[in-house]
Design a protein around this ligand. Structure first.
Ligand SMILES: Nc1nc2c(ncn2[C@@H]2O[C@H](COP(=O)(O)OP(=O)(O)O)[C@@H](O)[C@H]2O)c(=O)[nH]1
Ligand SMILES: [Mg+2]
Length: 446
């Protein structure tokens, strides 16, 4: 049980949760960097006082890149999540997407689109459209990618466009699947990838600093970033403010992007020992040299199992899981295992995303769609009712009169929108109103 991660933790002297105490471990270092924790502390002490922790400037279309060494299971995980996500949200609006990019609906909460479904029922909508993030299956990275090895530059350019990185780490044993360094070692694998990201950023930052056009806030931030990178620290560990992130935004710095490690374990570790695997994945993460424990997080996935049985119905999956000894009497607990559900939830949490809804309150003859929209609390200091009007239609924004607002959980308690209105539960807000997670908004326009 817990075959692989236990093995790694043993090698790394990490006590497993059942109390094993283990042998010495010297992490494989592939660089002459010193791990500059003291330097890091000093840098933090000298930061300007305007710093806002973990600021993110997100693109309109949120992209999540799957990265990792070849054969770790990125494409398998991508397919598992894509096939299930598309099956879960059949009534997608049609959208043309490039190959290897798939939309994934963001769940409302830890249940699956329950709020959206309830709102759609209340509004008698025929369409319930979830909001999506986009998962990108990036080509495998190899050592030397920062200098153009493998698909180096193409790989890095794709990742630069992403808002968040899911770093897939091979933690399954299968002698039939080749490993690029012929040895399975999640800690060393993840460090190879992280180091390439740091080296690629360092080269890019130094090129930019050599340019005399780089001045003011941009130069200040890049000097800070250069210092961090030279000490083996990802740029995200600097906790840059919105203004600072904006000053270097166009560079798409790789190590500035938040990272979720996805430890790809085998089906036994996943289905039978999920909690233990999660604990061990966290312990593995602590062994990583180029990781920021304050901002990075981890999850456990089983790409092959998820791709093999992910598209089955919940009952069929439970049957299968029972056949290998795992029991999920509660289907909700079972559905929470899977990456198609967990991954967007983690992304939502890490990027501090919320959801707002439109549709209920619009007369059915005008629209029969209830739609969720992503609310990013870090973008542009929060989305206003006016911004949302612009997302719906240019004319709606131009003719904006006022917004009617009610919290979704409050509205769900009523039979319909009119009943909530008669009960005085609907507030009137102006253009400047900053939306909060769970708001249901009806824009009145001329
Ligand atoms: N045994 C096992 N094989 C896996 C797992 N995930 C991926 N593979 C296999 O590893 C090979 C490479 O997977 P792929 O997803 O293409 O890797 P990528 O290069 O990271 O995209 C395929 O033959 C997969 O079936 C896993 O969790 N367990
Ligand atoms: Mg692949």
């Amino acid at each position: 049980m817990i075959a692989f991660l236990t093995m790694i933790c043993m090698a790394a002297s990490i006590p497993t949760s059942d109390g094993m105490s283990l042998s010495a471990f010297t992490p494989a270092t592939s660089t002459s960097f010193t791990f500059g924790l003291y330097q890091h502390t000093l840098m933090k002490l000298h930061r300007p006082t305007t710093t806002k922790t973990n600021a993110r400037v997100l693109s309109m279309k949120i992209k999540v890149g799957l990265i990792g060494l070849p054969n770790v299971g990125k494409s398998t995980l991508f397919n598992a999540v894509a096939q299930k996500s598309i099956a879960e949200a059949r009534n997608f609006p049609f959208c043309t997407i490039e190959p290897n990019v798939t939309p994934i609906p963001i769940p409302d909460d830890d249940t699956n689109h329950t709020t959206l479904k309830k709102l759609a029922t209340l509004a008698k909508s025929t369409n319930a459209l979830p909001s999506n993030i986009f998962l990108v299956d990036v080509a495998g990275l190899v050592k030397g990618a920062s200098k153009g090895e493998g698909l180096g530059n193409k790989f890095l350019a794709t990742v630069r466009e992403c808002d968040l990185i899911v770093h897939v780490v091979r933690s399954y044993i299968d002698d039939d699947i080749i490993h690029v360094s012929e040895k399975i070692d999640p800690v060393s694998d993840a460090d190879i990838v992280n180091l390439e990201l740091i080296l690629a950023d360092l080269a890019q930052v130094q090129r930019r600093l050599d340019n005399s056009a780089c001045d003011g806030m941009e130069r200040c931030v890049l000097l800070l970033v250069e210092n961090a990178l030279e000490n083996g620290l990802p740029a995200r560990s600097l906790n840059l403010s919105i203004e600072e992130v904006n000053a270097v935004k166009s560079m798409g710095l790789l190590s500035l992007k938040p990272m979720i490690y996805a430890f790809n374990v085998d089906e036994v570790d996943f289905a039978l020992n999920w909690s233990e695997s999660m604990y061990l994945a966290g312990e593995c993460m602590k062994q990583l040299q180029y990781c920021d424990m304050d901002t990075d997080s981890c999850m456990v996935v089983s790409a092959k199992l998820e791709s093999d049985i992910g598209a089955l119905s919940s009952e069929q999956r439970c049957e299968y899981l029972e056949s290998i000894g795992a029991e999920f009497r509660d289907p909700a607990a079972e559905s929470r295992l899977w990456s198609y559900h967990n991954l967007p939830l983690r992304v939502k949490e890490v990027l501090h995303l919320g959801l707002v809804y439109t549709g209920p309150g619009v007369p059915p003859e005008r629209s029969r769609t209830t739609k969720a929209h992503i609310l990013s609390s870090f973008s542009n200091n929060g989305m206003t009712a006016f911004d949302l009007a612009g997302k719906l239609h240019g004319d709606i924004q131009k003719g904006f009169i006022r917004a009617e607002v009610i919290q979704s959980q409050d509205l769900i308690g009523y039979e319909n929108y009119s009943a909530a209105k008669e009960d005085g539960r609907i507030r009137t807000e102006g253009k400047e109103y900053v939306l909060t997670n769970g708001d249901v908004v009806l824009i009145k326009w001329r």
